[in-house]
Ligand binder design. Sequence first.
Ligand SMILES: [Zn+2]
Length: 305
Amino acid sequence: MRIGVDLGGTKIEGILLSPSGEVAEKIRVDTPTRKYLETVDALCEVIDQLQLLSPSKQCSVGIGTPGALSPSNENGLELMKNCNSICLNGEPLKVDIENRLGYATRIENDANCFVLSEACYGAAVSARTVFGAILGTGTGGGIVIDKQLHTGPNRIAGEWGHNCIPSSVRELIAQDRQCYCGRKNCNETVLSGRGLKQSHLEKTGIELEAVEIARLATSGDVAAIETIQIYCKQLARCLSTVVNLLDPDMIVLGGGLSNITQLYAQVPYLMDGYVFTDNVLTMLAAPKFGDASGAIGAACLWPLV
Ligand SMILES: [Zn+2]
């Protein structure tokens, strides 16, 4: 049994994962708002409870978080960065949890945990190289090769959300979009839920949430269908750069916009002509796990023993 914990903005979900990838136990508690030490307490409490529920002696513990641990600073400390739950930023979360528990843990970004869950037990179980693309409030990603996360010295492997959308931008967006990161026309400005909303607004003058645009497109609304078609082109162009660089066997989509079924039919064909090959063989798959992927992937941060 392995323990996986997903630290979300509103919920902490902890699970016991069986060797075959079944969720044997699950605990959910509210995430303490804005208080770092309370968050550490809540995480350790969930882990302690799961250890008691486990039939094995002591389980390995993996934790998925927003943001990531920075590489060690001059004091040798790894501090959290890039978290939207800002009380975590600048805090030595891993050390504080390990001091409290008395044993080693692994901590990874939640997008990485998503890809790992799909590669180990989900849609990409048969794929050797997997790129996971999160299309939700933000645009994140991760890379898994042979069931192992690829992270890199900056711990940002797969973070394609703040790459610029490819050239010939005017084909893809009507006007420049300012990203919160300070740059313009980042992938996230078109591929996030807010990006889709903006594309529809620019085209129709109507402001709708992403989920509503997708629903209207499914029910035959012409303007919504056109917006989704533009989104498919944008996604195909952004993914084609990933394929040229990594050439993954499979791309798995995650996040709220991965529910848009049109993506799976259209995007693979729209990559033709932008990937440096005559016949694009990369598979594009919908995720198997929904909200559970963070905790399952966190458990997979440790190998089966
Ligand atoms: Zn950006």
